[in-house]
Design a protein around this ligand. Sequence first.
Ligand SMILES: [Fe+2]
Ligand SMILES: [Fe+2]
Length: 140
Amino acid sequence: MTLDQKYSTGVVWQDFQHKELMDLFIKLKKARADKTDRDAFRFTIAFLSMYINHHFKLEEEYMDLYYYPDREDHKKEHRSYIKTLKSFRANHKTYSEEAMDELMTKIKEWILNHILGDDKKLGAHILSAEKAQRLGKNEK
Ligand SMILES: [Fe+2]
Ligand SMILES: [Fe+2]
């Protein structure tokens, strides 16, 4: 399955990582509907903690590399997701249906607000910077 075009930034590694998050969300939705989400709770939190670190770091490396003009705002958004996850972890040490629903809402908001907004803008900047770089190389 490929990433829905609506969510695609066109940057291969970014799309791949965003798809990981969206696949997880789809699995959680199914598990929640089947009432088998209890086991997925701890995994989801552990996954998100790891994912956020790795994914945000990589996006931020590219922002710096290509002098992305909105990088400060975008990094701020990342910091705020890290904070949100931290406080969620602190407030929900164990599974409850309410906690799982809250977590899923947060992931959904992240996909809709951040990936469809800031990340698509960043992706467009990366693509054009890489294109400019290729053209520059061809001229030499
Ligand atoms: Fe981002
Ligand atoms: Fe992202």
